[in-house]
Design a protein around this ligand. Structure first.
Ligand SMILES: [Zn+2]
Length: 123
């Protein structure tokens, strides 16, 4: 999450909203990105989309299985879809609050490509 926050800090340099995302698998950093909508003049250049694309390139496949994505803000519908359907096949998202009140997101993919059930009472 520290890396994602560090990524987010780079976005305001080009007048983008400070959101960062990193993709990690087996302790290895596959991708790190921050919002670049203003920089690229691309409405889809959200941190999560850029990180997912970079992770796919890093592994040489659109399926980035068994990876976790850390995002500094709750993903929008587009990014959530990309994380679940394009990057992972399936994802489990866990949220909680860090000390600064920021949401911490974690999506973990399973090997089978099917959603893991959420524990009762948790989302
Ligand atoms: Zn988004």
């Amino acid at each position: 999450m520290r890396l994602a926050l560090r990524e987010a800090e780079q976005a305001p340099a080009h007048e983008d909203v400070p959101i960062g995302a990193v993709v990690v698998r087996d302790g290895e950093l596959l991708a790190a990105a921050h919002n670049e909508r203003e920089l690229r003049q691309d409405p889809t250049a959200h941190a999560e989309i850029l990180a997912v694309r970079e992770a796919a390139r890093a592994v040489g496949s659109w399926r980035v299985l068994d990876a976790a994505i850390y995002v500094t803000l709750e993903p929008c519908a587009m990014c959530a879809g990309a994380i679940v359907l394009r990057a992972c096949g399936a994802a489990r998202v866990r949220r909680d609050r860090s000390e600064g009140g920021r949401l911490r997101q974690r999506a973990r993919c399973d090997r089978r490509g099917s959603p893991e059930p959420s524990p009762a009472g948790r989302r």
